[in-house]
Design a binder for this molecule. Structure first.
Ligand code: ADP
Ligand code: MG
Length: 314
């Protein structure tokens, strides 16, 4: 039987060496991750890939800032679209090359994905996601005055622009994605969590200055498409209790009830592991499917139930 696997790949895991952040290095990282996906495709599964883009959006914004004496500024929704295209291209080429290497003919396609967010989302009044370069207090004040940016001090490292991170509500291109998957095409969609758009009273869509959590976006896709498996691939092979402390305890299996208890006890850091566990719980509850959080190397064995932190409804 063919299963649909939804895989979320971290934007950070596409940067292996912080001192070598080139496009070529990013392609090499994509190719390594893709090599771990190919065996899953060889087993006849259908696949949807959602990638992160935190660092990559930062680079585009920085470039835009440095060039502002000469070129127009790039709004955030457009930056997300740029990263969907560029990372999607990297993944498509990596898939083409790796699939050809094992003698498989399967196509891959990137869908530039708009994600509807709610105008009433509480995050509009409370922007929590730091993006772009660090600034001095004076620069931050100027941007706040002239562009209306929300700015905040970021952990003693300087001032940064803060943007809202509204919840993803609906996927505009869902029927396109579904059709491609039904044709056995490997789909790359909702990169960076999707391009945030709001629905105006006229019914028109309009890009929003926000970023969407890619794990929550991937979860919404896995729920909507009723995927049999939802896997979040990140920098750690498992989720831990008391992470990074002497009492650290790696977890192999978690039920919804256990995951919720550990969440409430604060074991999962906000902005990193917490949204992943929340995304997993939402998927399990909606579909009764199976989930895992692991690193790229353990993707296949995690789906087979032998590695990673596996999540089940009960
Ligand atoms: P990604 O780019 O894949 O979204 P993040 O950096 O956002 O990755 O989140 C993954 C990171 O979360 C891990 O590399 C780890 O450092 C951190 N983390 C926080 N809490 C935990 C925990 N309880 N167990 C494991 N990792 C955790
Ligand atoms: Mg993350």
């Amino acid at each position: 039987m063919q299963s649909l696997i939804v895989i979320a790949i971290g934007g950070n895991s596409l940067i292996e060496d912080p001192n070598n952040q080139t496009v070529a290095a990013q392609y090499a990282a994509c190719r390594k991750t893709v090599a771990h996906l190919v065996p899953l495709l060889q087993r006849g599964n259908r696949m949807l890939i959602v990638h992160g883009n935190g660092p990559q959006v930062g680079f585009i914004l920085r470039r835009s800032e440095l060039a502002k004496h000469e070129l127009h500024f790039v709004p955030l929704d457009s930056c997300v679209a740029d990263t969907q295209g560029a990372i999607g291209y990297n993944l498509q080429m990596a898939l083409w090359n790796e699939l050809r290497r094992v003698g498989m003919e399967r196509s891959a396609a990137t869908v530039i994905t708009q994600m509807v967010v709610d105008s009433e989302d509480p995050s509009w009044r409370n922007p929590t996601k730091p993006i772009g370069s660090f600034m001095s207090a004076e620069q931050a004040e100027r941007h706040a005055q002239s562009e209306g940016w929300a700015v905040s001090e970021d952990a003693g490292r300087g001032w940064r622009r803060m943007v809202p991170s509204p919840r993803p509500r609906a996927i505009v291109e869902i029927e396109t994605i579904r059709t491609l998957l039904e044709r056995d095409i490997v789909v790359i969609a909702a990169g960076g969590g999707g391009i945030p758009v709001r629905v105006e009273t006229s019914g028109d869509l309009r890009g929003a200055e926000a970023v969407i959590d890619k794990d929550l976006a991937a979860s919404l896709l896995a729920q909507t498409l009723e995927a049999e498996h939802f896997v979040i691939s990140t920098a750690v092979d498992r989720v831990a209790l008391h992470y990074n402390t002497p009492k650290q305890l790696w977890l192999d299996e978690l039920s919804i009830a256990e995951a919720e208890r550990y969440l409430a006890e604060g074991h999962f850091a906000p902005g990193s592991m917490k949204p992943k566990v929340e995304a997993m719980i939402e998927y399990l509850r909606a579909t009764g499917g199976r989930g895992a959080i692991t690193d790229p190397v353990h993707l296949g064995s995690a789906i087979a139930g032998r590695a990673g932190t596996r999540f089940s409804p009960t």
